[in-house]
Ligand binder design. Structure first.
Ligand code: GNR
Ligand code: NI
Length: 175
């Protein structure tokens, strides 16, 4: 299992680099990301959340509603938003890197995303609903962007302050 980094870790603000070659090492890493995501549990995970500055994402929204549902993992390498729908929706979001904080975010309801699959083949997916939200949230991570960036500066600063304080207390407790 991989360690998930949390606010205020500066790495979460880094823009990730493209993956140059889809090889066994990449596939092994994607498998580890998926296990880490299921274990968390979460519906998506970007490589930067485990400290790796490469454009890779895993997600699976199938188990969100139904614990017993068959897993439907998606592996996306170098994903790019190709187009978004005009209609927008507000959905409550959370992030494994901002534990136990949730807020409403407005985004396009639908997206078309191009990416390389785990065999290195170019693919396209058209998504709506939770999957569309998840894909946009993950691609934001690859650009150093977090869902709290869509909130007012006041709320964003409150969240960052809370996590900065928590981290400081955790450090002083072990010192
Ligand atoms: O597990 C997650 N749930 C979630 C809920 C609403 C919108 C986005 C997400 S993604 C999140 C996991 C995560 O932090 N991925 O980066
Ligand atoms: Ni996240």
């Amino acid at each position: 299992m991989l360690d998930i980094i949390t606010l205020p870790d500066r790495k979460l603000r880094v823009a990730s680099e493209p993956v140059e070659r889809v090889d066994d090492e990449v596939r092994r890493f994607l498998d580890n990301m998926l296990e880490t995501m299921y274990d968390a549990p979460g519906i998506g995970l970007a490589a930067i959340q485990v400290g790796v500055e490469r454009r890779m994402v895993v997600c699976d929204v199938a188990k969100r509603e139904d614990e017993d549902a068959e897993p439907e993992p998606l592996f996306l390498i170098n994903p790019e938003v190709l187009s978004v729908s005009d209609d927008r929706v507000v959905r409550e979001e959370g992030c494994l890197s901002i534990p136990e904080y949730f807020a409403d975010v407005e985004r396009p309801d639908g997206v078309r995303v191009g990416y390389l699959d785990r065999d290195g083949n170019q693919q396209e997916i058209e998504a709506t609903g939770v999957l569309a939200t998840c894909l946009q949230h993950e691609i934001d991570h690859l650009n150093g962007k977090l869902f709290i960036d869509y909130l007012s500066k006041l709320r964003r600063d409150m969240v960052i302050r809370k996590f900065t304080k928590q981290a400081r207390q955790a450090t002083s407790a072990t010192a």
